[in-house]
Design a protein around this ligand. Structure first.
Ligand code: PLP
Length: 381
């Protein structure tokens, strides 16, 4: 269905639907793995075998590309499958710059599988354009960054990355998972590709795994499309359908989660018992000015450093009742997580840091929950 120029909210509702197709207002699901040839040997439905393409995935991909403002979307079975598809494009002798504060799974993947292939990788503070410029070498082929980053919530300026990379022909990829296309659209600022763990806000209900890359770079799209089919880490038709079902509420969910997170961040930053709050929506955050320029709101994730020991931080997380103690983010339910203990070998978060993913509960109830938890651990050392 061709959709006229509309707001993102409208696009989110109509992007993955085509009632003219089979009359159903909601998208149908097509679980077939293989498709019939016509008499001439061609595939009249346009699909041959589901690992290469299928209708439900194609529908999802066109909806996701539209949300990011154009280009081609290539979906994967998880966010890590999408990330690895990018890093696997690098050849021995190439160099990549990666934000120091990216998702710890990406750091682990790069160290474990990419560096041993003869690819040089520099972990760098991409929120500092001078540090980024210094990290670039003659053989740099990729800049991979996450903004907002996680868990430190650092902000990298899209325009600065694009300007440094463009002249040198370096491919730039932004992991935009924490923002979703509702809050920022990096392609519009000259970034080559956007990546999401769609397990998070895009899915939004903590019930499916997925990943996506969206790019306007035709050559990159061609390679990623080939990698998708040949590596085989593709999402199931059911997961594609679940994601299609989630997209219409994405703008509402993210807008509400961002508003609640800002409210909670402001409140927490005034509490005794909290050493600091990391949230780009706070004027005190070093990335606040850049975030205001390139984001529509500041997202539903924040980190807090409890005033005290790791033991106290963990006791605080355990004392909450509405915030579930679990990893991940972007779902309808609020989560709280002691980050250092899930980072494993790449542990870099301070022991007193907790990451909060704010859900769709009423913000007053969430504040009350945090207040009672703070009170309960007041005397913990
Ligand atoms: N990027 C970010 C920012 C994440 O938070 C995660 C997962 O937590 C990933 C990538 C990896 O995504 P997935 O768990 O869907 O493989």
């Amino acid at each position: 269905m061709s959709i006229p120029e509309v707001h993102l909210d409208t696009l989110a509702v109509h992007g993955g639907r085509d009632p003219e197709d089979d009359g159903g207002l909601a998208p149908s699901i097509r679980p077939a793995t293989t498709f019939l040839r016509g008499e001439d040997g061609d595939y009249p439905g346009g699909h041959q075998y589901s690992r290469s393409s299928n209708e439900t995935r194609a529908r999802l991909e066109s909806a996701l590309a539209a949300l990011e403002g154009g280009g081609e979307a290539v979906t994967f079975a998880s966010g890590m499958a999408a990330a690895s598809a990018v890093f696997m494009q690098l050849a021995p002798g190439d160099h990549a710059v990666v934000s120091a504060d990216v998702y710890h799974g990406v750091i682990h993947f790069v160290k474990q599988w990419i560096v041993p292939r003869g690819v040089d990788v520099s972990f760098c503070e991409t929120s500092d354009p001078d540090a980024l410029a210094d990290a670039i070498r003659g053989n740099t082929r990729l800049i991979w960054f996450e903004s907002p980053s996680n868990p430190e919530m650092k902000i990298t300026a899209f325009a600065a990355v694009a300007e440094l990379a463009r002249a040198r022909g370096i491919v730039t990829v932004c992991d935009s998972t924490l923002a979703s296309p509702v809050l920022q659209r990096p392609l519009e600022h000259g970034i080559d590709a956007v990546m999401h763990s769609s397990t998070k806000y895009l899915g939004g209900h903590s019930d499916m795994l997925g990943g996506v890359l969206v790019t306007r770079n035709a050559e990159l799209a061609r390679r990623l499309r080939a990698w998708q089919a040949e590596s085989g880490a593709v999402p199931s038709a059911f997961d594609c359908w679940l994601l299609l079902r989630s997209l219409p509420t994405l703008p509402l969910r993210v807008t509400r989660q961002s508003a609640s997170a800002l409210h909670i961040a402001q409140w927490l930053s005034e509490q005794n018992g909290i050493e600091r709050v990391l949230y780009p929506g706070l004027a005190s955050h070093p990335g606040h000015a850049v975030a205001r320029e390139q984001m529509r709101a500041f997202g539903g994730v924040l980190s807090v450093c409890v005033d005290g020991s790791e033991r106290k931080a963990r006791a605080f997380a355990s004392a909450t009742t509405l915030f579930a103690q679990a990893t991940s983010l972007g779902g309808v339910e609020s989560l709280i997580e002691h980050r250092a203990s899930v980072e494993g070998d790449n542990r870099r978060s301070p022991g007193n840091l907790l990451r909060l993913s704010v859900g769709l509960e009423h913000p007053d109830d969430l504040l009350r929950d945090l207040a009672q938890a703070l009170e309960r651990v007041r005397d913990v050392n």
